[in-house]
Design a protein around this ligand. Structure first.
Ligand code: DI6
Ligand code: FE
Length: 411
């Protein structure tokens, strides 16, 4: 038997496996068998090719009744650790106020910063855990969680610690991102340079030293931080060997995506205003285009990200929820998949690739997440659906009937 064990821990049978093993297509295997040892997949193939009689091969053999098995979903862009909500701003926007006007009037991100700073670590954990559970119920087994609602080192630390705790509490994989330049801290108004200095020279090294930072991010936008300030942050991250990602070209073209590509960013995110030249640079750098259709929908944007250019240039597209209280209060990655198809015209195959393989790549996890293949982490979602397109087609409805994360059966 593989991995030196006499018997596998799990053998799943009577299933259709969506392996995503190739660069195109779903990689569907009819009448599939999936073997799990510990936290890894050791076999993902045809039942007919199993070397021994199934019931002799594993401690637990489970027949899935012809269900569709996919890799566990990867939500590679969330801000799910925060306190409070912004429903009042939702109401204001419905009465004509723009996102930028609300931010410039001291609301927006700073409104959530005030609430988050006032919450203890345990309170933040208690408020945020149900949001992570909602994603898990939707099939998510890997989630990226950003800070960015603290804007001082202690509050950012609390957010990042809560993110780590959520992964431990739910048994899912969490990757943390220090969203170091999200908004100018109120204590530094008119002192931008000092704020960026504190972030780059003190807070980032300290939080990294505490093992809380897997990647670094910024909001490069007219209402947030300039390309020059973003560059300073990326240089500081590079000096520490940390990968970067960027909220880029969401509301205007400041050259954010090109800047991200210049630094070999794991991903550039939003991208509604990204130009062709920047797409070419992303292709050359291997930077993933992270599409966030729920924010586009909530802001009633009208400028679409250049999906056709991403396809033409071979830029991998990921899809994420951008779960946050301001522009994307969405608790379903599958709804974001539906929006990516309906609003951005992604195909259902691109949407599921975007929440597995390409999303894993945007987190630097492509070698072990997002595929059903021997050697990959045993993250699997079992769906009572007939056609793969149903994963993006249905709006709402039941999530997976079974979910495995790192070889542990979560439900
Ligand atoms: N872009 C966004 O859409 C979110 N952050 C960002 O950089 C908005 C976050 C918020 O409004 O709370
Ligand atoms: Fe975001």
């Amino acid at each position: 038997m593989k991995n030196g064990k006499t018997r596998w821990d799990w053998l799943l049978l009577d299933a259709r496996a969506m392996t995503l093993a190739d660069e195109r297509g779903y990689g569907l295997i009819e009448d599939a068998a999936i073997g799990i040892v510990g936290n890894r997949i050791v076999y993902a193939g045809r039942r007919a090719d199993l070397p021994l009689a199934p019931d002799t091969m594993a401690e637990r053999v489970e027949l899935l009744g012809g269900a569709l098995v996919t890799p566990g979903l990867v939500d590679a862009h969330t801000h799910l650790v925060f306190a409070g909500h912004r429903a009042h701003e939702f109401d204001m926007r419905l009465n004509g106020a723009t996102y930028a006007e609300i931010a410039q009037a001291g609301g927006g991100i700073l409104s959530t910063v005030r609430a988050t700073r006032a919450a203890s670590e345990d309170e933040l954990f208690a408020m945020s855990l149900p949001r992570a559970r909602a994603l898990l119920r939707d099939g998510v087994t890997t989630v990226e969680i950003k800070s960015g609602y603290g804007l001082d080192v202690e509050s950012e630390r609390r957010q990042l610690r809560v993110a780590r705790r959520i992964g431990q509490a739910l048994g899912i994989t969490v990757r943390t991102t220090y969203l170091a330049l999200h908004a100018l801290a109120p204590e530094f108004v008119d002192r931008r340079k000092e704020f960026v200095d504190a972030v780059c020279q003190e807070w980032l090294p300290r939080l990294h030293g505490e093992g809380l930072v897997d990647a670094v991010d910024a909001f490069c936008e007219g209402i947030a931080f300039t390309p020059a300030e973003t560059r300073r942050l990326f240089e500081a991250a590079g000096a520490l060997g940390l990968p970067v990602k960027l909220h880029a070209d969401q509301l205007s073209d400041l050259g954010g995506a090109a800047l991200a590509a210049e630094f070999g960013a794991l991903s550039a995110d939003h991208l509604e205003y990204t130009n062709d030249e920047a797409v070419a640079r992303m292709a050359k750098a291997g930077t993933v285009a992270m599409l966030l259709p729920a924010a586009y929908y909530c802001l009633r944007e009208t400028t679409l990200p250049p999906v056709e250019a991403f396809r033409r240039q071979g830029v991998a597209m990921a899809v994420a929820s951008d779960l946050n209280p301001g522009t994307s209060p969405i608790l379903s990655l599958r709804l974001a998949m539906n929006q990516a198809c309906t609003l951005f015209r992604l195909t259902p195959e691109e949407a599921i690739r975007g929440t597995t393989l390409h999303a894993a790549r945007a987190l630097g996890l492509a070698a072990r997440k997002g595929r059903l293949a021997a050697g990959y982490d045993a993250d699997l979602a079992v769906w009572e659906v007939g056609a793969p397109a149903e994963l993006s087609y249905w709006i709402g409805g039941p999530g997976p009937t079974a979910l495995f994360a790192n070889g542990l059966r979560l439900h």
